[in-house]
Design a protein around this ligand. Sequence first.
Ligand SMILES: [Mn+2]
Length: 315
Amino acid sequence: MSFKYAGRFNSFVFKNATVYDAIDSYTNMKGITHLEFNYPEHFTGYDIEEIIRRKKHLGVNGLAVRWRGADFKPGDFTNENPKTREKVITMCREAVDICRKLDGSVVTLWLENDGFDYPFQMDYSRAWEQIVEGVRDVADYAAGSEGKKEIRISIEYKPYEERNFAMVDSTGMTMYLLEEIARDNVGCTLDFCHMLMKHDNPSFGIALAARRGKLFGLHMNDGYGWQDSGMIFGSVNPVLALEFIYYLRKYNYQGVVFFDTFPIREDPFKETQANIDAFEKINGIIDRIGMEKIADVIRAKDGVKVSELVLDMFK
Ligand SMILES: [Mn+2]
């Protein structure tokens, strides 16, 4: 099984490159197939036609909405200022429009400010309903119709940061939210570091989402679990990475693999390439061992057999 890959624009942009420079780098990188933008930051001051010219053979996976600025700090969908909340939804609709224009597939929503810090700060039930209704509104706008491509809306949970508690803080909570939203074009994006932060088992998470057809996106990276480390995939938890790719293959994941990593001290081109190389290498190990052999070990539920399998994988 072969995978589609995209890298993080800000790995380049935060080192004084332009979005155009980053696109040029991706067109020269081995394995990159798609682009993944943030909205509005990667479009402000850039020309969409020029982006389309530069991307050459690369496809567009989609856009992630970023609500930045003081107005949004108290909340995104849970913002109590009706004008700001309207702006939150309008920005999602604008991202859907650009996604269609670029022939992308998915708009990712990380509800950065929809959380709380203090006891007695949040009417939890009201906030939950505001999220359900807000995302539904965006989903209906993104639904397919005559001459309009369906755009998928994907919720990316993170347990904490920026707020002490996020409203959507785990795989289970995300699945519960999707159930309440009840729209075919709403699913989730699972971020490996965010799952480690929550002590959510990454493979359990993809199984829960994929068995319902709700795994719309992946943010791959690695870390130690206590913060959003954004390190190279497979560099800290290679066994969890092996198990993760096994389940992606088991559920025949057809979406894009986006590397949400932070090469602060590394060269961004080499670091993105290292992510792709790690993913391919680990996928190759699954090939060598074989899906059936791994399924046999899982069926046995025996820790000793698991240890033997892992040592075989590292041969
Ligand atoms: Mn992410």
